[in-house]
Design a protein around this ligand. Sequence first.
Ligand code: NAD
Ligand code: MG
Length: 386
Amino acid sequence: MKKKKVTIFGSTGSVGQSTLSVLDSHKNLFEIVGLTINSNYKELIKQVNKYKPKVVCIVDNDAYIKFKNENNSPDVIILCGENCLVDVLEFQTDFVMAAIVGSAGLLPVIEAAKLGLDIGLANKESLVCAGNILKLIIKKYNSKILPIDSEHNAIFQVFENSNKGEINKIILTASGGPFLNKKENDLINITPEQAILHPNWEMGKKISVDSATLMNKGLEFIEAHYLFDMTIEKIDVLIHPQSIIHSCVSYSDGSILAQMGTPDMRTPIAFALGYPDRISAPTESLNLAQINNLSFSKPDNVTFPALNLAINSLKTGGSAPTVLNAANEIAVGSFLDKKISFLSISKIVDLTLNKSSICELNTIEDVMEIDKQARIDANEFIQKEK
Ligand code: NAD
Ligand code: MG
C-alpha cells in the first residue's frame, strides 16, 4: 500500500511530538516528508536522525546556524526563516499537521489549503484570525480540515452532516483549567508556573495559559462556529472537570451524542491521520468502570471574562476575532515573561478590542495588517499596565 506522506509544522511542540508518537506506531502507513520548528534545534536533530525527513525549516536564525553545525544527516534539505516555512510544501505531501502555536501558523495552513491537502488543524488561531477567508480557500481548492482540537475532533466524530437540520446545539466541554472554582481575589498573584499546570492535559505554555483564563474555550467557540457552520446561538460551553467527554452534539429527538476517551491528544491525532479509516493510537483506552463521576456545570463568566470577550468578538464579526487573538497572544506572552499579572491578560484583550475600529477582512493581507496593529496596540496597553 502507498504510504501517506506527512509534513508537520511545529514538530517539536506538544502536538508535534504527539503526532510523531502516533506515526511511530504505524511505520507501514506513513512517511515523514517535512518538519518545521521555531528554535528547539537539538530536538530537531534527534527527529531528523530518527525519521529522515526530506526537508526541515527552522524559523530562528541562531538555531538554524547551530543546527547546520551539529546536524549529521547529510541528505536533509535545510531551510531557514519564517518566509521559508511554506516552501516546505514544495516537497510532495498528502497530509499537513498544522501544529504551530499562534497566528504564525496561518500562512502554512493557507498554503496547504491552496494545494488541496488534508490538514490536521491543531492551530486554532488560524481559523480564529482568518475564518471566513480560510473557509473560502478550502472550498475553492477542495482541501479538507480534520480537527485536532479534542473538542472539535469529538464533534466531528458525532456530527451527522445528513441530519444537520436536526442539530439543536453543539456542546463544547471545558475542564475549567487549574483555577476552576477560584474567584477573582484568589487570582491576583497567580504566577506563570501555576497557570501552566493544567489538571488533565500536558500542552504548550500558550494554550495552557489560555486554558487557565478560559480564552482557550473562547478561541474554540470561534473555531467551532467556522468548522461546523453553527450560529452563535447553537454553540454551548459546559465545564466538565474530568475531561472524559470531549464534546457532544445535541439532536432534536433528544439524543446527545458524545465522544469519550482518556485525555490524550494521540486519539484525535490518530483519527485525523487515518481518516476516513480508524487506526490504533498508542493510548490507554478508557476504563469506564473506574470512572465514578462525570460532572457538568456552567462556566463562571464573571471570574473568567475571556470566554465572553471571544463570543462577543464573533458577534461583532469582521476583524474583531483577529484583534482578540493577536492581543491575547501578546498579553499571554507578557504574562509568561512576568511583565503583567494573570488578571491583566483579559483586560489587555478588552482594551485592545475597544480601541480597534472593526473592519471587513477580504484578504490574508488584511488579516496580517490587523494582526500587526493589534499587537502594537496591545503592547502599548501593556506598557501602561506595568
Ligand atoms: P507548543 O508551544 O508545544 O509547540 C509549538 C510549536 O510551534 C513548536 O514546534 C515551535 O517550534 C513552533 N513554533 C512556535 N512559534 C513559531 C513561529 N513563530 N514560527 C514557526 N514555528 C513556531 O504548542 P502546542 O501545545 O503543541 O500547540 C500547538 C497548537 O495546537 C496551538 O495552536 C494550540 O492551541 C493547539 N492545540 C494544542 C493542544 C495540546 O494538547 N498541546 C491541544 C489542542 C490544540
Ligand atoms: Mg481543545
